[in-house]
Write a protein that binds this ligand. Structure first.
Ligand code: ACO
Length: 427
């Protein structure tokens, strides 16, 4: 229900409208604040700032709830295919059989990448991080589809969406193949989305490769769990870049760069490296919990803590169970899973973590599954990006459809006041 908030500044009263979302979240609309009072609001890290109204993803950090377009993450991860979820996020409803067949078929028909992209790709050193390569390649795609940034060209957004969903897995597997010195694979369009990705990753021209359905199912689940997460750092980046009317490829490329950071998606790589280090160091988890509590160490428990979840991360719960199931089904004994569980147990009973409401996040167990699926550590964040792609696209599309104004935060200036220029010989 819309209401009014009263603000008293310097003894004078101002009224601002309040807004309520469909799940009861409340906000004060301060758009006119500066015009009327001369004040802005300041909120470093946007801890308390709503950047938009969105109908895509709902999350309640206190209750540990996550829903895409009203459907619970638990239901979707259990019952849907990743492309169904992608369709749901981008177009607002679960697809009918016909809509799904068309969507899947459209994606299949665009899996091949322009051969000239290979020349760009070949220029990267063999040890380049795949996230940097992916960000560059996705940005380079705009050069192959100039209608994506030509305002006078017919609107081909729908085609660019299909191209991105179709070509991203192909490009991602190039990175892996190059790092191994293996020939890259062309897509096999008879396969479903996840199986095709696994085929491009792992098949070699010298032997037959059969996609293991257990692995394909696990990948499907992981991608769904990562598919959207409302206004996180990378998604906000995509929306902000897109708000300047930058094209979809450049906006997604910026999102990939934002996701790469170790405080965001890059944490999944950091987690597995940390768990490996603990295992190599004899598995003494208490020692690492102590180190994480010691601010002077500069060490954080990667995969712990979340800006919004202050109770539990529902994705982490699903992933923890999936990690157990998958390792058991594949007959893998990974000591990092035991260390991760021990670390979680110790941290969750420790006063420091309880007081700060720090719980395992989506990245804590995902790396253990990726590794069980045969995916190397430096590709973990690319897997996150592959999953997040439909969310970024949906958020970009929503922002454009709403004709949101260009994003342009303000600041409080704290630098030098007016000074007279001093010629160089007199400084
Ligand atoms: N280990 C140890 N202490 C932590 C951790 C951690 N993982 N996370 C937060 N804290 C502490 C902070 O030092 C701070 O303590 P203080 O109040 O005594 O100063 C307090 O908890 C609050 O932390 P902030 O950094 O202020 O919380 P914020 O909401 O800004 O950060 C973040 C959230 C970035 C996720 C943080 O918890 C973190 O760095 N976690 C590790 C990296 C990680 O796993 N990132 C993935 C997040 S999920 C995702 O992006 C997909």
């Amino acid at each position: 229900m819309a209401g009014t908030a009263e603000l008293i500044i310097e003894g004078k009263s101002y009224q601002y409208p309040t807004i309520e979302g469909s799940e009861g979240e409340k906000a004060i609309d301060i758009a006119k604040l500066r015009d009327e009072t001369g004040y802005i609001t300041i909120d470093s890290g946007y801890k308390n700032t709503g950047a938009t109204k969105s109908g895509i993803t709902f999350l309640d950090g206190e209750e540990g709830i996550l829903r895409y377009r009203g459907y619970s993450i638990e239901d979707l991860a259990d019952k849907a295919s990743f492309l169904e979820v992608a369709y749901l996020l981008i177009y607002g409803e679960l697809p009918t059989t016909e809509q799904y067949a068309k969507f899947e078929n459209d994606i299949r028909r665009h899996t091949i990448v322009n051969e000239d992209m290979r020349r760009i790709f070949n220029g990267f050193p063999v040890n380049s991080h795949p996230m940097g390569v992916m960000s560059s390649l996705i940005s380079a795609m705009s050069g192959f589809y100039p209608d994506s940034y030509d305002d006078k060209a017919p609107d081909r957004t729908e085609l660019h969406i299909i191209r991105l969903l179709a070509k991203f897995p192909t490009l991602a597997t190039w990175c892996y193949k190059k790092s191994n010195g293996h020939p890259i694979n062309y897509p096999k369009n008879s396969l479903d989305y996840c199986s095709n990705f696994l085929h491009m990753m792992f098949s070699l021209p010298v032997e037959n490769y059969e996609v293991n359905p257990v692995i394909s199912k696990a990948l499907n689940k992981l991608l769904i769990l990562h598919a959207d997460h409302e206004q996180n750092c990378s998604t906000s980046t995509v929306r902000l870049v897109g708000s300047s009317k930058a094209n979809l490829y450049s906006s997604i490329s910026a999102g990939i760069s934002a996701l790469w950071g170790p405080l965001h998606g890059g944490a999944n790589q950091e987690v597995i490296e940390m768990l490996d280090e603990i295992v190599a160091d004899g598995g003494d988890v208490e020692k690492y919990v102590l180190k994480a509590k010691d601010k002077s160490s500069g060490f954080r428990l990667f995969g712990f803590g979340h800006r919004v979840y202050k109770n539990f991360d529902p994705r982490a719960r699903i992933i923890k169970k999936a990690a157990d199931d998958i390792l058991e089904t594949l007959g893998i004994n990974d000591p990092t899973l035991e260390v991760a569980k021990k670390l979680e147990e110790v941290a969750l009973t420790d006063e420091y973590f309880i007081a700060r409401k720090l719980y395992p996040n989506v990245d804590f167990y995902s790396g253990i599954i990726y590794r069980a699926l045969g995916i190397p550590t430096n590709m973990f964040t690319v897997m996150f990006a592959l999953g997040r792609l439909p969310g970024w696209i949906a958020q970009w599309k929503e922002m454009r459809a709403a004709k949101e104004p260009i994003g342009r935060p303000r600041q409080i200036y704290t630098g030098a006041t007016l000074r007279e220029f001093v010629p160089i010989e007199k400084r």
